[in-house]
Design a protein around this ligand. Sequence first.
Ligand SMILES: [Zn+2]
Length: 753
Amino acid sequence: MNLQQLLSAMEDEKEFTQRLTAWAKNPSRPARYEPLSVQLHPELERTIEQRGICNLYSHQVQAVEAALEGRNPVIATPTASGKSLGYILPILHHTLSEPSTRSLLLFPTKALAQDQRSNIQSWIDSLEADISTYTYDGDTPPNVRKNIRSAGHVVISNPDMLHTGILPHHTKWVRLFENLQYIVIDELHTYRGVFGSHVANVLRRLLRIARFYGSEPVLITCSATIANPRQLAERLTGRQFELIDQSGAPQGEKHVLLYNPPVVNKQLGIRQNSLISARSLVRRFLSNGLQTIVFARSRLQVEVLLSYLRHSVPSANIRGYRGGYLPGQRREIERGLRSGEIQGVVATNALELGIDIGSLQAAVLVGYPGTVASTWQQMGRVGRGEEVSAAFLVASSNALDQHIINHPEYFFSQSPESALINPDNLLILVNHLKCAAFELPFARGEKFGDQDIEEILIYLAEHRILHRSGDKWYWMAEGFPAEDISLRSASRENVVIVDTTEVEPSVIGEVDEFSAPMLVHEGAIYLHESQQYQVEKLDMEENKAFVRQVDVNFYTDASLAVEVGVLDVMREDASPTHQKYFGEVRLTAQPTKFKKVRFHTHENVGWGDIHLPPQEMHTSAYWVALQQSVVRHFGKSELESGLLGLANLLAEVSPLYLSCDRNDLYVINQVRSPFTERPTIYVCDAYPGGVGFGQKLYDVEDQVLQSCRDLVKSCECSHGCPSCVGAIKEVSHLAKEAASRLLHYLLQARAAD
Ligand SMILES: [Zn+2]
C-alpha cells in the first residue's frame, strides 16, 4: 500500500480513529514565484538557468533583494523551502563582481557546515569560477588553515570555532575582516538559552573586530518557524532586520494526526505506554515500505524503541540516531536515509536540525517534543516537494502531553514559542568581555553591544586581569581566555565509551560529562544501536566508561536527587496568601539509584545504588512560599501531598510559558524551607548562571497558576494521575484535591486585589 491507501484504510478502522483527537489535512499548495528586480552577475544568471531554475520562489527573491540592498534579511520559512539560495546568490553575485569579497557562514554544528559547503561548491563548479570555499573547524588540518585565512572567499564555520579559533587570532585573518561583505547565521532558532546568550556575545566580538578593520557586513539569517525570528536576530546581533516569513515553495498534501493511547487502568489513569503504541503504528508504515522517521524524547527511549522495531519488522533496515554516536556512524546513517537504503530511523531531536536526510514520508513523534516550534520542525521532516505525507503525534501520559492532545485547537492555533536569550547574563558577559579585551583593547566609553561596561572593566582591572593605561584597557593576565569558556551548557569534555568484550578494546560512542553519571554509571545497561552493554567501570578522572556486551531482558533508568539553597534574592513580592521570589540559588545534584525496567512490559524488576559524588551549580530560580493563612486550612499529610502535586503541575506547565524543555528546569518542593521557613516550591533554571526562566515565571506567575488549575480541573481521573498531579503511588490519593484547594487559595487572593 502507498501512503494514501494506508491512510484511507486507517480511516475505516474504528479502533484507530477513536484514539485520534485530531486529523488535520493540509491541502497542497502550488509554488509562488516572483521576478527578481535586481540584475545579478551575468555568469550567475546563466548558471541559475543551467541548473534548471526558471523562477525563484517569492521568499527567495525577497531575501536576495534585501541582502543586495543591505537590509539584513531574516528568512523564516519551513524546512526544505530553499532558504539557502537567499544567501548563496548574493554571496556569489558579490564575489563574482569583486573577487576580494569575503563571506563568513556560521552553522551550529560541524555536520551542517560540511553539508552546506558541498552545496555551495556545486554552485561554484557550475559557475566554473575562481571562488574558493572552505569549512574551518576543529577537523581542518593545520597546513590548510593558512590557505583558508588568506584565500578563502567563503569561510564556513561554527560559533565555537569563531570563539576560540578565529576571533582571538584576528591578526592572521586580516583579508577576511577587511573585506567582510556577508555574515550568514543559519539555524538561528538554535541560538537560544545559554548557548544563544554566549553566541550573541561572540557576535558582538565579531562585529567589533570587523569594525576595527573597517567593514560593516550585511547579515543574512535563516530560522525555522519560531514566534520571534526578527526579535531573536536583532537581540543576537544588535542590528535591525527585515523579516521574510511567507514561503513561496510548493507543498504536498500533509496529514497531521494526534493520537492518544488507550487507557489501560481507568482508576489510576494509566495509559498504554507511548512507546508500545508507537511501535504498532511505525510497524504499519515500515512493513508497507514507507520511509519513516520516529522522534523519541530521550537517548534511552531511542534505543528501547529501536530494539522493539528491529524485533517486530526484522526485514526493514532501521537505525538509531542520537548524540553519542560517533560522527562517522552518523554520516553513514544520513547517507543511507538520503539514498533510501535505510527505511526507518529512530532519533532524538539531534535530527531536528537542517541536516539533509532527503524526503521521508511518515513521521511519528513519541511524546510531545515540549514546544510547538519543535513539534513543527520534527513534523517538517516529511513531505518535501509535492508528495503526500503524514505526521503523527503519540501522546505519553504526562500532563503536558495530555493537555496538548486533548486541546488540539490550542495546538493548531498556537503560534510557535519565542526563543529567549539573555546576552547580558553577568557571568556570560564578563567572560566574553575578557575575550574581547584580549582581542582588542577597550577604549574609554566604548560599549559592548548596547551595554555600558565601564564598571566591569574597572572590576577586571582591580583583579589584575586588565590593565588601564591612558584611555584604554589592555589584557594583562596570562593565558588565553577563550580556551576556558565553553559556549555550550554541556561541558566540552566527553566520556568515551570503551567496549571491552573483545581482547582488543574499541570505542563505540561517547556521552557528555554532565549526563555520564546518569547514563553510564556502574551497573547501568547502556544501549547503542539496540545492542546492550553493561557498564563495568566509570572513570570520571580519565573520562572513560568501560562496558561489556550482555544480553539481558531489561534496561536501567537512573534517578537524580536535587537539593536547593538560596544565595540571593533579587525581587520579591508578598500577597495575603503567598510570597514569590526571584533570585539566585545553589543546586546540588546527585544520582542516587537506578531501577531495572523489563523490556516490553516496562515492569520494575529491581534496584541498584549509584556511588558518585554530587555536582554543584549556581543558577537562578523563581520560588513561591505559602503564607500561614493558607497553610492553616490543611492537615499535615494533606499539605505534603498538595505541595508535591502542585510542584508536579508547575513542572509540566512552566515549559509552556518558557519555551523550554521539561528537562531545562528542576522543580523542588520543601515542606519547611530553611530559607522561607514555610512550605515552598522552587522552579530552577537547569543551566549555570540561569537563562532568565526564573524571572519570566516571576512575571507570569498568575497565568501559570491559572493553567495549573485548568489542567487539574479538566483531568478526568478521580484522585490524581500522571496526567495531572502525578501517579497516586508517588503523590498519594490526597494530592489532586489538596493541590486544587491550594490553587484556589493562591488565585483567590489575586482576584481580590
Ligand atoms: Zn488526573
